[in-house]
Design a protein around this ligand. Structure first.
Ligand code: ADP
Length: 579
């Protein structure tokens, strides 16, 4: 995993080198001041060397100016490095998400994906430059300070290390507890994110059931639990840093006392004594720095794991190596055949479709009816190959869909869904989604064909009216007409219409039925009908039940058979009469 992550540094090798060089300089520069102090006390002051004093001060100013420069490079370019890596990873993740198939999105929560793109990648970006920097600083401080101290007086250097084992032991012991706390915090945080995401996206349902209080309670529970975990975490952190601080200060006292004794016995000079006191602080600091790296690494690693988890998800539905382009030689005719098709959504689940055989000629319209849950939507979603089938084959113009490129196949198939999804942009943008390079003329023509032009012009800003998230500012019928206009623009030879279950008022329904009829002209059309009244005039009606295709024919002949269709019809008429 680490190796794969390191690949993200590749384009920024120069930046990384600059950052690390500046860090190295920064850490090394900090070793100079104690040495300079020692020099002033031991050499310059006893000799009354004014010139030496100014020279030392001047050199230190120069050094600190350079150090400030290095600090700027680390603080600025280091973060630029992190931001670049974050950018690239986010790009890759989004690219990959766009390629994943329906199955992945059926199983994954939006909130989870959001938190991966936002917070996980932020953590990874932070660690991507802070970890190497901090590690380098810690190493230079520990080994550098120790080496210089040894050079001055090795016995005192050893005394200065006396408390180091205790500090390490303490840090390692607390590490486990802290890790545990961090992990719990993250889990609780994820629960909160999920709740917010779900409750806000379903806010209209929440309100219609006046379940605000229930939602607030449910949220409060997660929120409280997160609070207590955080309180526990900061309690441990508080104890940890206080303890480490105490040990560090005790180490200072040890050096002060031992160094004083060494100085009194004339083993070290006064300057060396002071230098030691200054060094020891630097020497002990890395433990805290290393702890911080460790902390960050934990977060970063969890984020990285989740990142690669998604990146490793391969779409089951993808182009086969020698996929051909549908309609490359001539126009797509739109002949569809289901040959012995068997399908289930997941292993271990019951089959939704079993031995389905159906042939639809180019330009023909078929209505698919059946009890809810019979697999009507599923059957149609196999034509654009949203899911991979297990048995049999789906053929378009005689080609198995698995041998076609997804792009050419899906370009030939238009799907108008039950719940129309509009993007948060303007009406124009939403129609143009059918063909991104469409000219204004074509957009208006498509809207006219869908009987949408008139109502669009009566909107406050016409085609520029912003429709709101998922099109909340439009009525159901209006959204459907925009979806139909979008399909006119796309102009696919094969059409799948999942008829809206929510009933519209009679007039809108009439308008929409007329535009759907216009849309289906000259295209192979599948209408998934939930209400039989709408397809009474269809020439070919397929009745899909859990056992497969049960009957087929037109309304009259199906009624006459007194079979499944007859049952469905009577049930609907009855419910209409009672309702
Ligand atoms: P219909 O359109 O006839 O009402 P569907 O094709 O939507 O029926 O559903 C057929 C069956 O497949 C149902 O039992 C449903 O629970 C199941 N199903 C539908 N979509 C999915 C999915 N994405 N993942 C798993 N099961 C699904």
């Amino acid at each position: 995993m680490l190796k794969r992550f390191l690949r993200y540094y590749e384009p920024y090798k120069g930046l990384l080198a600059l950052d690390l060089a500046a860090t190295l300089f920064l850490a090394a520069a900090d070793l100079v001041f104690p040495t300079a102090t020692r020099h002033v006390i031991d050499v310059v002051v006893p000799a009354h060397d004014w010139q030496g004093l100014w020279l030392t001060a001047g050199l230190l100013v120069l050094l600190f100016a350079l150090r400030a420069l290095a600090e700027l490079v680390v603080g600025y370019q280091g973060h630029v490095l992190g931001v670049n890596i974050q950018h690239d990873m986010r790009r890759d993740l989004f690219d990959h998400l766009q390629r994943l198939d329906h199955k992945f999105f059926d199983d994954t929560k939006t909130g989870q994906i959001m938190s991966r793109i936002v917070s996980d990648l932020f953590e990874i970006a932070e660690i991507s430059h802070h970890a190497p920097e901090d590690l380098l600083v810690a190493l230079v401080r520990i080994f550098g300070a120790f080496a210089v101290m040894c050079a001055i007086e090795w016995r005192l250097a050893l005394v200065a290390c006396a408390l180091l084992p205790f500090m390490t032991f303490y840090a390692v012991r607390y590490r486990g507890k802290l890790l545990d706390s961090f992990k719990k915090s993250r889990e609780k945080q994820a629960v909160i994110n999920e709740r917010v995401e779900e409750s806000i996206s379903g806010i209209r349902v929440v309100k219609s059931f006046t379940n605000e209080a229930y939602e607030i309670d449910r949220f409060a529970e997660g929120n409280r639990s997160f609070r207590s975990t955080r309180v526990e975490t900061v309690r441990r952190l508080g104890f940890f840093y206080a303890g480490l601080g105490l040990l560090g200060n005790l180490a200072l006292v040890v050096v002060l006392a031992a160094g004083g004794a060494f100085a009194l016995s004339g083993i070290v000079s006064l300057g060396s004594y002071v230098a030691f006191a200054l060094f020891v602080a630097q020497f002990l600091q890395p433990i805290q720095v290393l702890m911080r790296v460790f902390e960050m690494y934990q977060d970063g690693e969890a984020g990285l794991r989740r990142f690669f988890e998604i990146m490793d998800r391969k779409p089951e539905v993808a182009d086969s190596p020698n996929a051909i382009v549908l309609g490359a030689a001539n126009k797509v005719r739109g002949e569809i055949e289901f040959r012995n098709v068997g399908f289930r959504y997941a292993e271990g689940q019951e089959r939704v479709l079993h031995e389905v055989n159906l042939k639809v000629a180019a330009g023909e319209t078929v209505a698919i009816v059946g009890p809810s849950g019979a697999g009507k939507t599923t059957l149609c979603s196999l034509i654009p190959r949203f899911y991979e089938i297990e048995e049999g084959a789906v053929l378009v113009d005689g080609h198995d869909v698995r041998t076609l490129t997804l792009e050419s196949l899906r370009r030939a198939v238009g799907v108008v869904q039950q719940d129309t999804f509009l993007f948060a942009g303007s009406v124009r943008e939403n129609i143009a989604y059918g063909r991104l390079d469409a000219a204004e003329r074509d957009i208006v023509a498509a809207a006219k064909a869908a009987a949408a032009d008139e109502f669009i012009r009566s909107l406050p800003e016409g085609y520029n009216t912003v429709v709101g998230e998922r099109g909340v500012k439009l009525s159901g019928g209006q959204k459907q007409r925009i979806a139909i206009a979008r399909m006119f623009l796309k102009n696919p030879p094969i059409l799948i219409l999942d008829e809206a279950t929510s009933s519209l008022d009679a007039r809108s329904e009439e308008v929409i039925r007329a535009s759907i009829e216009a849309l289906s002209q000259g295209r192979t059309t599948f209408i998934i009908a939930h209400r039989l009244a709408t397809i009474r005039h269809a020439k070919r009606i397929i009745v899909l039940t859990e056992e497969g295709i049960a009957e087929e024919g037109d309304h009259e002949s199906l009624l006459a058979r007194k079979g499944a269709y007859y049952g469905l019809y009577n049930a609907q008429v009855e419910s209409l009469l009672i309702g």
